[in-house]
Design a binder for this molecule. Structure first.
Ligand code: F55
Length: 814
């Protein structure tokens, strides 16, 4: 007997069809006959929203009236993915929807396709925030996601005829967007600029201009928890309250200008995922959403109170800082407490440090935000004063702890001309965490070593996770059914460690065959999808080998492409006999930051290698390369379940965690990877024998640097590497032009910051193991099953439980 715990259907398919019909009529004013799939999408979405409404309101009421501390997840990015299927799943309406839509004369896939994915994030960090709020709702923990409703999300990627990336604006709000509720009545005023004056012995900030932060509320339905939390994304609107005295024309335009500028604040998501732009607008965005959120939390938790007792604030809500982007919240809360509510400095500091915690997502020094003090001073003069005072207090504290002067200097928050946001966050909050064990260790040992020496108890680890609802149940229904069949229950969707129960089935040949059939069917589906969406001809009978993530040197797409070229040359030159060659389809997906020169050139190279390889009759059927453009959550949901082999090949010590690695393992792909980020923990759990490990360790990387790394020596020493690079520089992938990729080649041969060349040999060596295993399908799939069975730890539900226990000290609503 299979035990089913999924949310029960609230209505029949016929009733749901009636609700959609009603919604078409009273919402959009169209009949079913007049309706387009996009109309049905809006109507169905609104109908699901209505089903979730009672739980949403009840959750909010319980949160405010109860005594359970809430979590405020402050994040500049939430990469949510499409909403409809997820909402249907959590409302228990999936099947009703499918039937209802068909009964109304529509194809349900057309209706689903009408939704434009909100791309309000760059990559892992933004997607993690989305997984976390899903898990909080599913655990029944009261929580707000607080962020920005960008008008333009991450750019839409296209390739030009030369294979170069082009960026197109993603105006995702062109059509009616049924999920976000714009709540003008809960707006907040956020001010900027001006000066600080002394009035009656008090500092008073006289801002120069203000913007209206309007919340757009999204439901975050939990799975089988009966709870619906809120994602509150702020949108900037101008006030039209400036004084129109007797302006002449130019004065009038000057008076209007700041109002016009105001709406720019939430216009666009910055597309850099590692090197923050030190632009005024970016700081404005950060302050905008954080200030609005803090005021919002006070409004929510002290409703109607003129003089709230904010010493209780840390027991109402704790704010998690998703990287340094929201760190300006620390001086903002200080300012609110001192200037707006009259608390003394020490009380305000106590409240503030008990309210905030900080998660770091990087090890790259250039990714830690540092703001010019002059910029902060111009935009937020009062905050700069407060930051200076925090910095002085910090220095005094370090001195009293007998930290030596040089170290104190290294640790300064305010350096005299800039402000180090990671240091402010570390000092101004209760806990600091990294996102995988190795990463947290390196934070303590390297990046924030001084801080961990002085405040060892602040530091902790919470390994990332991903939501099994979106990334297994929605993305891979076939595997979900097989898991439920294998375990005899669907409880695993809210308790992912239950997947362990699949381990014995790895030795059950019947089950292995079913598992293999699921993978094969997913590959066929993906092949059809790739044909439809991209015009690709992917052979589902080849190994699907995927590398999807942002394009960055440290992630080493270059390693993959060099090895691929070497393999191409081997096949072409007859160095491998035909039956030695395991047919492979390599699939890349990656966006490059628009200003990242080498990353963009790598994209161009991949596209041109794909062009040459796919058109070469000598390798036909043996090697194909595809680069579907515009990798996003939707594409991930199609590609991950169809992947046999996943690439996680960053230089050891550079990828903080990775979360794609978890999604692939949970969907039954094997990983080829380095000992980096969460790969380490994945390998430990799934078993070293079920993971293709290669490459240098962190210590080996450090040692090689210390000994003076010379990439050219590796080039000279390995004929296959040399040949691959020579093919690129000789114009094999640029129609004979030797200049096209010269900057890339020059970088590899003279700098190679991430030691691609040093790991090339190990990477090509491991391919033989991969192929030997793939040649034994039953054994391959046995190992893949063990990956699924032992990856339950990487549920974001578990991550949330770790945060609750180690950092937030709260739990589900009673
Ligand atoms: C976005 C904007 C700026 Cl200014 C800096 C970084 C980013 C960003 O997107 N970072 C990011 O995605 N970091 C990733 O976070 C993931 C979740 O913790 C990690 O798994 C991944 O290793 C890390 O690179």
């Amino acid at each position: 007997m299979t035990e089913i715990t999924a949310p029960k259907s609230p209505v029949s398919a016929e009733q749901f069809a009636d609700e959609i019909r009603e919604q078409l009529k009273y919402g959009q004013g169209v009949t079913v006959e007049q309706a387009t799939p996009a109309d049905v999408y809006v109507a169905a979405s609104q109908a699901v929203r209505r089903h979730l409404m009672d739980s949403w309101m009840q959750t909010q009421a319980d949160m405010v009236n109860g005594s359970t501390k809430a979590v405020g997840y402050l994040s500049a990015e939430f990469l949510m993915g499409k909403q409809l299927r997820n909402a249907l799943l959590n409302a228990g309406l999936t099947e009703q929807f499918d039937t209802a839509v068909e009964s109304l004369g529509f194809n349900y896939q057309d209706v689903i396709d009408a939704e434009h994915e909100p791309g309000l994030g760059n990559g892992g960090l933004g997607r993690l925030a989305a997984c976390f709020i899903d898990s909080l709702a599913s655990l029944g923990v009261p929580a707000f996601g607080y962020g920005i409703q960008y008008k333009y999300g991450i750019f839409e990627q296209a390739f030009d005829k030369d294979g170069k990336q082009i960026e197109k604006p993603d105006y995702w709000l062109t059509n009616e967007e049924p999920w976000g509720h714009i709540d003008y009545n809960r707006s907040q005023k956020v001010s900027f600029g001006g000066e600080v004056v002394e009035e009656g012995g008090k500092k008073v900030w006289k801002p120069a201009w203000s913007v209206r932060a309007v919340p757009v509320d999204y439901m975050v339905p939990g799975y089988a928890s009966g709870r619906v939390n809120t994602l509150r994304l702020w949108s900037a609107k101008s006030y039209d309250e400036f004084d129109l005295l007797t302006f002449n024309r130019s004065e009038y335009l000057d008076a209007v200008r700041p109002q016009v500028a105001a709406e720019n604040i939430s216009k666009i998501l910055y597309p850099e995922d590692s090197t923050p732009q030190g632009k005024a607008l970016r700081l404005e965005q950060q302050y905008f959403f954080v200030a609005a959120s803090i005021h919002d939390a006070i409004r929510v938790f002290y409703p109607g109170q003129e003089n709230p007792d904010l010493t209780t604030f840390p027991s109402k809500i704790c704010f998690q800082l998703n990287d340094t982007h929201p760190v300006i919240g620390i001086p903002e809360l200080m300012r609110v407490l001192i200037d707006e509510y009259g608390y003394d400095w020490d009380t305000a500091w106590d409240i503030t440090t008990r309210t905030f915690n900080y998660t770091c997502h990087t090890l790259l020094p250039e990714a830690l935000e540092v703001w010019p003090a002059s910029l902060i001073g111009e935009l937020l003069p009062r905050h700069l004063e407060i930051i200076k005072k925090i910095s002085e207090q910090f220095t005094a504290e370090l001195t009293s702890k007998h930290v030596d002067a040089d170290t104190i200097k290294e640790m300064e928050i305010y350096t005299g001309d800039s402000v180090r946001m990671a240091y402010l966050a570390t000092y101004g909050g209760s806990h600091v965490n990294g996102v995988a064990e190795l990463h947290s260790q390196l934070l303590k040992d390297v990046t924030l070593k001084n801080f961990s020496d002085v405040y060892p108890d602040k530091f902790t680890n919470v390994t990332n996770g991903v939501t099994p609802r979106r990334f297994i149940k929605l993305a891979n229904p076939r595997l979900s059914d097989l898991i439920t069949e294998g375990l005899g229950t669907d409880k695993w969707l809210s308790d992912l460690e239950l997947l362990k129960g699949l381990a014995p089935l790895a030795d059950d040949e019947e089950f292995v065959k079913k598992f293999a059939a699921v993978k094969q069917a997913n590959k066929v589906d993906f092949s059809n999808y790739a044909k439809r969406e991209y015009g690709f001809d992917i052979d589902p009978n080849t190994m699907i080998n995927t590398m999807v993530k942002r394009l960055h040197e440290y992630k080493r797409q270059a390693l993959k492409i060099l090895a691929l070229i070497a393999r191409y040359a081997d096949i072409k030159n007859g160095n491998m006999s035909a039956d030695e060659v395991m047919p492979r389809t390599v699939v890349f997906g990656a966006k490059a930051a628009p200003g990242y020169y080498l990353a963009k050139m790598t994209i161009q190279l991949i596209n041109n290698v794909a062009r040459v390889v796919n058109n070469d009759p000598d390798v036909k059927g043996k090697l194909n390369v595809y680069f579907p453009w515009n990798y996003n959550v939707r594409l991930a949901q199609h590609l991950i379940p169809a992947t046999d082999l996943d690439e996680q090949i960053s230089q050891a010590g550079k990828e903080a965690s990775g979360t794609g690695n978890m999604k692939f393992a949970l969907n039954g792909a094997l990983t080829v990877g380095t000992l980096d980020g969460a790969n380490v923990e994945i390998r430990e759990r799934v078993g070293a024998e079920n993971f293709f490990l290669f490459g240098m360790t962190v210590d080996e990387v450090d040692a090689l640097y210390a000994s003076g790394y010379s990439p050219a020596a590796f080039y000279e020493a390995d004929p296959r590497l040399k040949q691959a690079i020579d093919m690129i520089s000789g114009g094999a992938f640029s129609n004979g032009d030797r200049n096209t990729f010269a900057p890339l080649v020059a970088d590899w041969l003279t700098k190679d910051w991430f030691m691609t060349l040093a790991d090339f040999h190990a990477y090509t060596e491991i391919q033989a193991d991969i192929e030997a295993l793939y040649a034994q399908p039953l054994e391959w799939h046995r190992q893949a099953i063990l990956n699924v069975a032992n990856s339950g730890y990487f549920s974001s539900d578990r991550s949330m439980e770790d945060y609750l226990e180690r950092i937030w000290e709260t739990g589900p609503l009673k």
